[in-house]
Design a protein around this ligand. Sequence first.
Ligand code: ARG
Length: 399
Amino acid sequence: MKVVLAYSGGLDTSVILLLLRERLNAEVITLTVDVGQEDDLDEVAHKAEKLGAVKHYSIDCKEEFVDKYVFPALKANALYQGKYPLSSALSRPLISSKLVEIAKKEGADAVAHGCSGKGNDQVRFDLTVKALDPTIKVLAPVRDWGLNRDWEYEYAKSKGIKFSVKFFSVDDNLWGRSIECGILDDPMVEPPEEVFKWTLPLAKARNEPEYVTITFENGVPIAINDEKLDKVQIIKALNSIAGRNGVGRIDHIEDRVVGLKSREVYECPAAVTLIESHKDLEKLVLTKWELMFKESVENMWTNLVYSGLWVEPLKNDLEAFIESTQKRVNGSVKLKLFKGSVSVVGRSSNNSLYDPKLTTYESHTILTQEHAKGFIELWGLQSVVAFRKLLGNYGAGRS
Ligand code: ARG
């Protein structure tokens, strides 16, 4: 049997590599997809070979990740349950597609991942692979063989492989870092400083506000402080700029697909900053009706993606609407980053619908104010009539 294993170099997937060989006598090909995680990928490759992988693939997918996953999420202002920018959720369908690609190329019978039976990631991997190629089996040894980290640690030790005991489960990519498990399982415990790597605590963040201008074209960022940068660089730069101002820490209670509530801690400095800016610019260039409708589209898009339904056709339908709005999302947003907060303090666009000549209270206004009077009469006509008619039901004393 030939298996392509999504390999991170961590305890779970290393033990899986050994077990697939031992229990299934499988030839294991390992695959590490580079979505901007901080790991030393040469070291990961070396480890895979040492643990008996017959072949290792390391594929740089940073640009593809940003183009096909991160930017669509930004255009959708995707924040699951108002908080989580979907960082881990976005990488899963991409990794799944690469697993299928390599499995086909290598003539493998199955792909394998290290997800447990309690999380969302298993749903995302299983469904994407199934949709792309139903003939490829998906193995999830942690879930299907009931592995746990204590056992894995002892097993690895018995094979002469040392892992430093990690108290948290961390997953990171360009769009953010998620930290789970250990003492964080108690929702009343404040996350200790050691879990954060990308964001400074407020006490250590700069004592002066830092101003940043982000320029957008067709809904995606193209420059920081008027300096054009490539997309991967923009996200990296913003992770560092926003992170040093303590921006991007998220701690919330999340509803998983599998029905569980979980306590999740994230660091997503670039994502939080970009979504805030993007939303603000949209307010300048889209109409009230577009903004209102888009909010419900965004909510649906975000829920589909969180829930592992990357392949759901409705997602494409929603994206067609979103794309059509983004053609006008061009311009600049000026931000003030200060001690954990990101505030938009200015915005401009050639497509701006904001016209100071119309809005101003000054005397040179070009809007004929008397028109408002008649408008109000007709605008509220039905509500006023209904209110007067139902007056009796509202109780005495109202007039
Ligand atoms: N709760 C998040 C999600 O479902 C984060 C998952 C992170 N995975 C991990 N292995 N730490 O997208």
